[in-house]
Design a protein around this ligand. Sequence first.
Ligand SMILES: CC(C)(COP(=O)(O)OP(=O)(O)OC[C@H]1O[C@@H](n2cnc3c(N)ncnc32)[C@H](O)[C@@H]1OP(=O)(O)O)[C@@H](O)C(=O)NCCC(=O)NCCS
Length: 173
Amino acid sequence: MREEGFLRAAIEDDLDELVALWAHYIRDHKHNPAYNRIVRTGFVSRRAAFANDIRDEDAAVFVMARRDGGLDGMITCRIELNKPYFQPHRFGRIQTPYVRPDARRRGNLKRLLAAAYRWAREKELLEVRLYVGADNVVANAIAEELGFDAVAVVRRKAIDWSRPPESQVKDHE
Ligand SMILES: CC(C)(COP(=O)(O)OP(=O)(O)OC[C@H]1O[C@@H](n2cnc3c(N)ncnc32)[C@H](O)[C@@H]1OP(=O)(O)O)[C@@H](O)C(=O)NCCC(=O)NCCS
Protein backbone atom coordinates (compact mmCIF):
# COMPACT_ATOMS: atom_id res chain seq x y z
CA MET A 1 0.00 0.00 0.00
CA ARG A 2 1.13 3.53 -0.72
CA GLU A 3 2.68 5.29 2.29
CA GLU A 4 0.85 8.42 3.47
CA GLY A 5 2.88 11.59 3.67
CA PHE A 6 3.26 13.72 6.79
CA LEU A 7 3.21 17.50 7.07
CA ARG A 8 6.35 19.46 7.93
CA ALA A 9 8.15 22.69 7.08
CA ALA A 10 10.48 22.35 4.11
CA ILE A 11 14.25 22.33 4.65
CA GLU A 12 17.14 23.09 2.29
CA ASP A 13 17.57 19.37 1.55
CA ASP A 14 14.11 19.46 -0.09
CA LEU A 15 15.13 21.98 -2.75
CA ASP A 16 15.63 19.45 -5.57
CA GLU A 17 12.26 17.84 -4.85
CA LEU A 18 10.54 21.24 -4.56
CA VAL A 19 11.85 22.27 -7.97
CA ALA A 20 10.73 18.90 -9.37
CA LEU A 21 7.22 19.51 -8.02
CA TRP A 22 7.32 23.02 -9.46
CA ALA A 23 8.17 21.55 -12.89
CA HIS A 24 4.96 19.48 -12.67
CA TYR A 25 3.02 22.52 -11.49
CA ILE A 26 4.27 24.50 -14.49
CA ARG A 27 3.45 21.63 -16.84
CA ASP A 28 -0.11 21.65 -15.48
CA HIS A 29 -0.25 25.33 -16.51
CA LYS A 30 1.22 24.81 -19.96
CA HIS A 31 -1.67 26.57 -21.71
CA ASN A 32 -1.61 29.65 -19.48
CA PRO A 33 0.64 32.46 -20.79
CA ALA A 34 1.03 33.90 -17.28
CA TYR A 35 2.87 30.76 -16.16
CA ASN A 36 4.18 28.91 -19.19
CA ARG A 37 6.86 31.22 -20.57
CA ILE A 38 9.81 30.26 -18.44
CA VAL A 39 13.14 32.01 -19.00
CA ARG A 40 16.21 29.87 -19.72
CA THR A 41 17.44 30.18 -16.14
CA GLY A 42 13.93 29.86 -14.68
CA PHE A 43 14.52 26.67 -12.73
CA VAL A 44 17.68 28.05 -11.17
CA SER A 45 15.97 31.22 -10.01
CA ARG A 46 12.89 29.32 -8.81
CA ARG A 47 15.21 27.12 -6.73
CA ALA A 48 16.76 30.27 -5.24
CA ALA A 49 13.27 31.64 -4.52
CA PHE A 50 12.31 28.42 -2.70
CA ALA A 51 15.56 28.62 -0.72
CA ASN A 52 14.73 32.18 0.20
CA ASP A 53 11.19 31.24 1.25
CA ILE A 54 12.58 28.47 3.49
CA ARG A 55 15.09 30.81 5.16
CA ASP A 56 13.16 34.08 5.32
CA GLU A 57 11.11 34.75 8.45
CA ASP A 58 8.44 36.48 6.33
CA ALA A 59 7.83 33.29 4.37
CA ALA A 60 7.36 29.55 4.79
CA VAL A 61 7.19 26.42 2.67
CA PHE A 62 5.19 23.43 3.90
CA VAL A 63 5.39 19.99 2.39
CA MET A 64 3.71 16.61 2.58
CA ALA A 65 6.80 14.44 2.99
CA ARG A 66 7.33 10.70 2.67
CA ARG A 67 9.85 8.72 4.70
CA ASP A 68 11.84 7.91 1.54
CA GLY A 69 12.59 11.63 1.17
CA GLY A 70 10.09 12.20 -1.62
CA LEU A 71 7.45 14.92 -1.42
CA ASP A 72 3.76 14.44 -2.21
CA GLY A 73 2.85 18.11 -2.12
CA MET A 74 3.88 21.64 -1.28
CA ILE A 75 2.57 25.11 -0.52
CA THR A 76 4.45 28.40 -0.17
CA CYS A 77 3.40 31.36 1.99
CA ARG A 78 4.88 34.84 1.99
CA ILE A 79 3.91 38.11 3.65
CA GLU A 80 3.12 40.71 1.04
CA LEU A 81 2.62 44.42 1.66
CA ASN A 82 -0.61 45.87 0.37
CA LYS A 83 -0.72 49.25 -1.42
CA PRO A 84 -0.24 51.89 1.28
CA TYR A 85 -3.77 53.24 0.73
CA PHE A 86 -5.56 49.87 1.14
CA GLN A 87 -6.24 47.66 4.13
CA PRO A 88 -5.10 45.28 5.39
CA HIS A 89 -1.57 46.63 5.44
CA ARG A 90 -0.16 43.11 5.00
CA PHE A 91 -1.58 39.82 3.79
CA GLY A 92 -0.25 36.32 3.25
CA ARG A 93 0.24 35.28 -0.33
CA ILE A 94 -0.24 31.57 -0.92
CA GLN A 95 1.71 30.24 -3.88
CA THR A 96 2.20 27.00 -5.79
CA PRO A 97 -0.23 24.71 -4.00
CA TYR A 98 0.59 21.40 -5.63
CA VAL A 99 -0.13 17.76 -4.83
CA ARG A 100 1.20 14.85 -6.93
CA PRO A 101 -1.55 13.18 -8.98
CA ASP A 102 -1.25 9.86 -7.12
CA ALA A 103 -1.61 11.64 -3.74
CA ARG A 104 -4.69 13.70 -4.63
CA ARG A 105 -8.19 13.50 -3.15
CA ARG A 106 -6.87 12.42 0.25
CA GLY A 107 -6.96 15.76 2.02
CA ASN A 108 -3.34 16.74 1.33
CA LEU A 109 -4.22 20.21 0.09
CA LYS A 110 -6.40 20.68 3.16
CA ARG A 111 -3.46 19.73 5.41
CA LEU A 112 -1.16 22.13 3.57
CA LEU A 113 -3.73 24.92 3.78
CA ALA A 114 -4.26 24.32 7.50
CA ALA A 115 -0.49 24.79 7.94
CA ALA A 116 -0.66 27.99 5.89
CA TYR A 117 -3.50 29.34 8.07
CA ARG A 118 -1.56 28.43 11.22
CA TRP A 119 1.47 30.28 9.82
CA ALA A 120 -0.76 33.28 8.99
CA ARG A 121 -1.99 33.44 12.57
CA GLU A 122 1.54 33.19 13.92
CA LYS A 123 2.39 36.17 11.72
CA GLU A 124 -0.71 38.03 12.98
CA LEU A 125 -2.19 38.27 9.49
CA LEU A 126 -5.89 38.85 8.93
CA GLU A 127 -6.07 37.59 5.37
CA VAL A 128 -4.48 35.29 2.82
CA ARG A 129 -4.68 35.59 -0.96
CA LEU A 130 -4.36 32.90 -3.56
CA TYR A 131 -3.75 33.47 -7.28
CA VAL A 132 -5.44 30.90 -9.49
CA GLY A 133 -5.13 30.68 -13.28
CA ALA A 134 -8.41 31.77 -14.89
CA ASP A 135 -8.32 28.64 -17.09
CA ASN A 136 -7.80 26.29 -14.13
CA VAL A 137 -11.41 25.18 -13.76
CA VAL A 138 -10.77 22.53 -11.11
CA ALA A 139 -8.53 24.75 -8.95
CA ASN A 140 -11.06 27.60 -9.13
CA ALA A 141 -13.85 25.24 -8.06
CA ILE A 142 -11.71 23.92 -5.19
CA ALA A 143 -10.72 27.45 -4.11
CA GLU A 144 -14.38 28.48 -4.12
CA GLU A 145 -15.36 25.41 -2.11
CA LEU A 146 -12.60 26.09 0.42
CA GLY A 147 -13.87 29.62 1.01
CA PHE A 148 -11.64 31.77 -1.22
CA ASP A 149 -13.73 34.58 -2.73
CA ALA A 150 -12.66 35.85 -6.16
CA VAL A 151 -11.86 39.56 -5.70
CA ALA A 152 -9.95 40.46 -8.90
CA VAL A 153 -9.31 39.15 -12.39
CA VAL A 154 -5.96 39.73 -14.10
CA ARG A 155 -6.52 40.14 -17.85
CA ARG A 156 -3.72 39.89 -20.37
CA LYS A 157 -3.40 41.36 -23.84
CA ALA A 158 -0.34 40.95 -26.07
CA ILE A 159 0.88 44.14 -27.72
CA ASP A 160 0.64 43.72 -31.49
CA TRP A 161 3.69 45.45 -33.00
CA SER A 162 2.53 44.83 -36.58
CA ARG A 163 -0.43 47.23 -36.45
CA PRO A 164 -0.95 50.78 -35.20
CA PRO A 165 -2.41 50.90 -31.69
CA GLU A 166 -5.55 52.72 -32.92
CA SER A 167 -6.48 49.88 -35.28
CA GLN A 168 -6.18 47.36 -32.45
CA VAL A 169 -8.62 49.34 -30.37
CA LYS A 170 -11.01 49.75 -33.32
CA ASP A 171 -11.11 45.98 -33.92
CA HIS A 172 -12.72 45.60 -30.56
CA GLU A 173 -15.42 48.23 -30.95
C1 LIG B 1 -5.54 21.50 -6.56
C2 LIG B 1 -4.80 20.41 -5.81
C3 LIG B 1 -3.64 21.03 -5.03
C4 LIG B 1 -5.76 19.69 -4.83
O1 LIG B 1 -5.01 18.80 -4.01
P1 LIG B 1 -5.69 17.57 -3.21
O2 LIG B 1 -4.72 17.08 -2.21
O3 LIG B 1 -6.24 16.59 -4.17
O4 LIG B 1 -6.90 18.28 -2.46
P2 LIG B 1 -7.70 17.70 -1.20
O5 LIG B 1 -7.73 16.19 -1.27
O6 LIG B 1 -7.17 18.30 0.06
O7 LIG B 1 -9.15 18.23 -1.50
C5 LIG B 1 -9.65 19.41 -0.91
C6 LIG B 1 -11.06 19.66 -1.43
O8 LIG B 1 -10.98 20.21 -2.72
C7 LIG B 1 -12.04 19.64 -3.53
N1 LIG B 1 -11.45 18.91 -4.65
C8 LIG B 1 -10.21 18.35 -4.71
N2 LIG B 1 -9.98 17.84 -5.93
C9 LIG B 1 -11.09 18.07 -6.65
C10 LIG B 1 -11.46 17.78 -7.99
N3 LIG B 1 -10.62 17.15 -8.84
N4 LIG B 1 -12.67 18.17 -8.41
C11 LIG B 1 -13.52 18.81 -7.57
N5 LIG B 1 -13.24 19.13 -6.28
C12 LIG B 1 -12.04 18.74 -5.84
C13 LIG B 1 -12.88 18.79 -2.62
O9 LIG B 1 -13.87 19.60 -2.04
C14 LIG B 1 -11.89 18.39 -1.60
O10 LIG B 1 -12.47 18.11 -0.37
P3 LIG B 1 -13.13 16.62 -0.15
O11 LIG B 1 -12.20 15.63 -0.76
O12 LIG B 1 -13.22 16.54 1.35
O13 LIG B 1 -14.44 16.66 -0.85
C15 LIG B 1 -4.26 19.34 -6.81
O14 LIG B 1 -5.34 18.89 -7.60
C16 LIG B 1 -3.18 19.89 -7.71
O15 LIG B 1 -2.01 19.90 -7.34
N6 LIG B 1 -3.53 20.34 -8.93
C17 LIG B 1 -2.55 20.88 -9.89
C18 LIG B 1 -1.95 22.19 -9.44
C19 LIG B 1 -2.99 23.25 -9.23
O16 LIG B 1 -3.90 23.43 -10.02
N7 LIG B 1 -2.84 23.95 -8.12
C20 LIG B 1 -3.72 25.01 -7.76
C21 LIG B 1 -3.22 26.26 -8.36
S1 LIG B 1 -3.87 27.64 -7.48
